[in-house]
Each structure stands twice: as structure tokens, then as C-alpha cells.
Write a protein that binds this ligand. Structure first.
Ligand code: HEC
Length: 412
């Protein structure tokens, strides 16, 4: 925030660059205000007003929207709740166009008072439900079922018949709703455990979720999380799947979608607008690859490599070997991402230092990702990838997001 304030005082082009950098970080409240003021200031405006490609007018608009995400003033009882010394305050936002919460994990002590400020600056509506440990799928499927009835389209997707499994529920908030902010105040459960929170808009619950860790002692939290991490089931080989039992009922497809997230496919692939586009968009992969062939690309990524996403090996004049995915090329040099699972770690090679460049035969998609899945989960994953979701769960995300997610690389 200090930097934002200083930037308008300095008023140079590098100061503007620094401000643009601030936009890559989470921002809210006072910071959003400082950014709006700095970018809108006369001294910085000079550097951007003739450069529409920077899109600053749009950034300013979104910053002022962030500013509009203030929580409503508390009533008397709420103010009293908020004044408790051991109050835990968590602000959970929605990452625009990503179908993710900004906070995917937080910890509280058993019985501790909790205030969750839920805000949604996204272009899509979302809600936020805290559910009993292990109840996520049951509540999610019930919300899916609600989508069959068009009457529910503008409802909150809080399945009433599952109330006993729901601890707390914030209604749908967002652009088509009354509000973009909702505050939940509650006492954390007395029983330690991992309590999922989730957006139950049909289909969202598989991806858009987080976990509230409730512990007697916060020192237990790491161990509780570690115990819940997916464990290796088996080092699956193609030979383990002589027969594939591909079921296409809704529950199997949703389980396949969950497996897609559990095996971390969403870290590199988009499907119907969900996930990250470091690898090919898999939304319509079933039209090209099916059954055993599709399974093979997952179990043996290097067997056949999609040309557009090939990895390259560079040998420098000093004999250094760098292998990875080409994230960008310019006259100055080449940005290489050695490991797509950590896409922020880039190596920049200057043209002059590159002696040799050749295609690598190893895919940048890691092997063994599905080893944390059971046979049934893998089969469901294949089913999910090669079949369309039932009509009532297709609500235009893919279409609406299409094209917005330019692939990060420019290697073609
Ligand atoms: C670390 C990044 C990364 C992860 C994680 C990842 N992939 Fe990939 N995937 C890629 C890249 C890059 C390619 C393209 C290169 C290739 O064909 O090997 C690819 C290719 C594919 C293809 C072939 C697509 C085509 O157009 O030919 C399929 C199918 C696929 N991945 C499925 C999956 C599934 C299912 C998961 C989760 C189990 C997964 N991937 C996880 C990076 C990843």
C-alpha cells in the first residue's frame, strides 16, 4: 500500500510498472483504494492513457468494484459477536474466472467464534456452504439434482433435505444477485475434523472448495492435513486395465470430475472452463481420443506427445542443459518452465547463450498422477473425459470462458 501511494508521487513509467505488478497480488479494502488513487492520479495517468493495450481503464473499474465489496455494517448482536477476543476472521473471495476460492484452507480451534466474510467479484454467482466431514459429495449431488428443475435456477442451491449435513450456508451472491458480500458468524464445531466448504452451484462443488480444519490445538493441524492427503493406491500400468468398466450415469461422471481434481489434472488442463491451461484444453478430448487410447495418454504421457505442447532441450555455450516447456520467446531470449507443476519457476535463456535446441521425447505431463486414484476412480475419470455432462449441468461455462483463457505459452 505504501508503494501504491509512493508510485503516484514518483510518477515515472517504472512506477507505473510497479503498480501493474501490485495487481497480480490479492488486494482489497484500503489497498484497492490506494491503487485506484495512484493509477487515476495525473502523474501516472500520463503514462498509460495513450496505451490502451495495458487495459488500465478496465483495471480501475475492477478495483473500484473490489472497493464495493465492503461488508455491511454489523447489527448490535453482530457487533457483540465480532468483539470477542478470540474471534477468527477469514475473508474468502472468488478468483475471477477460475472457479476457485481465494482461501482454500484455514484452521480454527474447537468452539472458537468464526466470522467469514464471503465476497464475490467474479462474473459468475457463487455460494458458500460449510458441511460435515465427508459429506461433500452427498450435498453436492443433491444440489446437482436441484438443477433439473428450472424453477431453481435463481435459487440458492442449498439442498433442504441435506440440512443436517450443512453447518452454515451463505446464499448465492454475485452479479445477478442482490449482493456481492455475505458474512457468516458461527462457533466452530466442538468435534475436531476437516470440514469442507464448497460452492454448491451445480457442478461447481467438485472444484470450488476448501477445508476448515477444526482442531483442539492448532499444533495438530499439519498432522491432520497430512493424514488426509491422497495416498498412493498403486503404480498403475496399462496392463492393469485389460477391461475398462466405463459407466456414464451422473454419479460416475461427477466422481470422474472429482478424480480430475484429486489427481491434479486441473493444475495444467482446462475442462469446460475449469482449471488452468498449461496443457491442451480437454473439454472435447473424447472426439479425438477414447477408451484405451485415452487411458494410455494419461498413464504414459510420453507415448505420444501433442506437438503444440512439446518440451525442448537447450544446451548452452557453457554446456548447461535446460529442458522444459517454452513459455515465451522474444528477440531477447526464451523463457523455459522446467516443471509445469511449478509454472512460476522460469529460466530465461538469452539467444546468444543457446548452442543447441532440440525437441525432447519426454512429455511435460508427469507420469504417475493417477496413482492416488482407485481403479474405479480412473475408470470414472476416463468416462468423464470422453462423455458430455448431462444437460442440466452444462450451464455455459465452457462457452462463456472459451477464448478468454489464452494459453500462457507462445511456442507455436
Ligand atoms: C504438469 C502439467 C500436467 C498435469 C498435472 C496433467 N497434464 Fe495432461 N498434459 C500436459 C501437457 C503439457 C500435455 C501435452 C503434451 C503431451 O501430449 O504429452 C498433456 C496432454 C494430455 C492429454 C492428451 C491431450 C492431447 O491433446 O493429445 C490428455 C488426455 C491429458 N493430458 C490428460 C491429463 C489428465 C487426465 C491429467 C490428470 C490425471 C493430466 N493430464 C495432468 C500437462 C499436464
Amino acid at each position: 500500500m505504501e508503494a501504491a501511494i509512493a508510485a503516484s508521487w514518483i510518477g515515472t513509467e517504472p512506477a507505473l510498472d510497479a503498480m501493474l505488478d501490485v495487481f497480480k497480488h490479492p488486494r482489497g479494502g484500503h489497498l484497492a483504494y490506494a491503487i485506484t488513487c495512484a493509477l487515476g492520479s495525473k502523474s501516472l495517468r500520463e503514462h498509460w492513457q495513450d496505451r490502451p493495450e495495458l487495459g488500465i481503464a478496465k483495471l480501475l473499474k475492477s478495483a473500484s468494484r473490489d472497493n464495493a465489496l465492503k461488508e455491511p455494517p454489523p447489527g448490535a448482536g453482530e457487533a457483540q459477536f465480532d468483539s470477542q477476543k478470540n474471534l477468527k476472521v477469514v475473508r474468502i473471495g472468488c478468483v475471477p474466472e477460475r472457479m476457485r476460492y481465494t482461501v482454500e484452507q484455514f484452521a480454527v480451534r474447537t468452539g472458537q467464534p468464526v466470522k467469514v466474510v464471503f465476497v464475490n467479484p467474479d462474473a459468475t454467482d457463487h455460494n458458500l456452504l460449510f458441511v460435515q466431514p465427508g459429506a461433500l459429495e452427498e450435498v453436492g449431488m443433491a444440489a446437482n439434482a436441484m438443477a433439473r428443475d428450472p424453477k431453481n435456477a435463481s435459487g440458492n442451491f442449498i439442498p433442504e433435505d441435506k440440512r443436517p449435513l450443512i453447518l452454515q450456508a451463505a446464499p448465492m451472491i454475485g452479479p445477478t444477485r442482490k449482493s456481492r458480500v455475505h458474512v457468516l458468524r458461527f462457533k466452530a464445531p466442538k468435534k475436531p475434523g476437516l470440514y469442507p466448504y464448497v460452492c454448491t452451484f451445480p457442478g461447481h462443488w467438485v472444484i470450488m472448495k476448501g477445508v476448515m480444519v477444526v482442531a483442539d490445538d492448532l499444533a495438530d493441524v499439519d498432522a491432520m492435513l497430512a493424514a488426509a492427503k491422497p495416498k498412493v493406491v498403486k503404480e498403475w500400468k496399462l496392463g492393469d486395465f485389460e477391461t475398462l468398466n466405463l459407466r456414464t450415469d451422473e454419479q460416475s461422471l461427477m466422481r470422474g470430475m472429482q478424480a480430475f481434481a484429486k489427481a491434479r489434472c486441473t493444475q495444467c488442463h482446462l475442462h469446460s472452463g475449469h482449471g488452468v491451461n498449461l496443457g491442451p484444453d480437454l473439454t472435447r478430448i473424447g472426439t479425438r481420443l477414447k477408451d484405451e487410447k485415452l487411458l494410455r495418454t494419461i498413464l504414459e504421457p510420453s507415448h505420444e506427445i501433442n506437438e503444440k505442447y512439446r518440451t525442448w532441450q537447450f544446451i548452452t555455450t557453457e554446456g548447461k542443459v535446460v529442458t522444459g516447456f517454452v513459455a515465451g520467446e522474444s528477440r531477447k531470449g526464451i523463457d523455459v518452465i522446467p516443471n509445469l507443476l511449478t509454472p512460476d519457476v522460469k529460466i530465461t535463456l538469452s539467444r546468444r547463450e543457446i548452442e543447441l535446441r532440440k525437441p525432447s521425447t519426454v512429455s511435460s505431463m508427469p507420469e504417475g498422477l493417477v496413482d492416488v486414484l482407485t481403479r474405479e476412480e480412473i475408470e470414472n475419470l476416463v468416462s468423464f473425459l470422453q462423455n458430455e455432462l448431462p444437460e442440466h449441468l452444462r450451464h455455459g461455462h465452457g462457452k462463456h470462458d472459451h477464448g478468454k483463457h489464452e494459453r500462457r505459452g507462445t511456442s507455436e
